[in-house]
Design a protein around this ligand. Structure first.
Ligand SMILES: Nc1c(NC[C@H](O)[C@H](O)[C@H](O)CO)[nH]c(=O)[nH]c1=O
Ligand SMILES: CC(=O)[C@@H](O)COP(=O)(O)O
Length: 159
């Protein structure tokens, strides 16, 4: 069954994001998809109370490099949560599988090794249309969903 809409959230159930600093590491592959998710995330963080100057964005070449980019951001920037934004679309070969596996396991490893939550905002789709539908299309915007997760995890980090 297809995913439900990714963009609905109830601010009454979300902590105020004002005290927190957020990082966004965004892949340059499939930029029309990743930029839309990045914008959705930024707008949602601000809607939840984050200050624009407390949101820092870095770019990396592809989703596989999200892990290193997040690692460097954790080690150099005082952020309370990071949103890793990427879009991997199935091609002709097994490369899709290895990129997806690598970025997934790498982000898991970062969440284990460091005390900064890294949110998995990576669309891993069979077709471009699936990605379009989930980055501001008929199924919403995963960037919005992940921004909400980032606020909640930033608050949890400070419990
Ligand atoms: N095919 C996609 C890629 N491939 C590139 C890798 O992410 C990586 O940059 C390269 O293997 C060099 O290390 N990346 C995506 O984000 N999306 C794709 O669909
Ligand atoms: C996910 C990828 O790296 C993929 O787009 C590469 O395409 P192909 O498998 O046709 O080389």
């Amino acid at each position: 069954m297809a995913t439900t809409n990714l963009s609905y959230y109830d601010k009454a159930t979300i902590p105020n994001a004002k005290p927190f600093r957020f990082g966004i590491v965004v892949s340059e592959w499939n930029p029309e998809i990743t930029r839309s998710m990045q914008q959705g995330a930024i707008e949602t963080l601000i809607d939840c109370g984050a200050e624009k100057e407390n949101i820092i964005s870095w770019e990396v070449p592809g989703s596989f490099e999200l892990v290193y980019g997040c690692k460097k951001m954790i080690e150099s920037q005082p952020v309370d949560a990071i949103i890793a934004v990427g879009n991997v679309i199935q091609g002709e070969t097994k490369h899709f599988d290895f990129v997806c596996d690598g970025v997934t396991q790498g982000i898991v490893d970062l969440n284990i090794k460091y005390d900064t939550p890294v949110i998995f905002c990576v669309l891993t789709d069979n077709t471009k249309q699936q990605s379009i539908d989930r980055s501001g299309g008929k199924l919403g915007n995963k960037g919005i969903e992940c921004a909400v997760a980032a606020v909640k995890m930033a608050a949890l980090r400070h419990l």
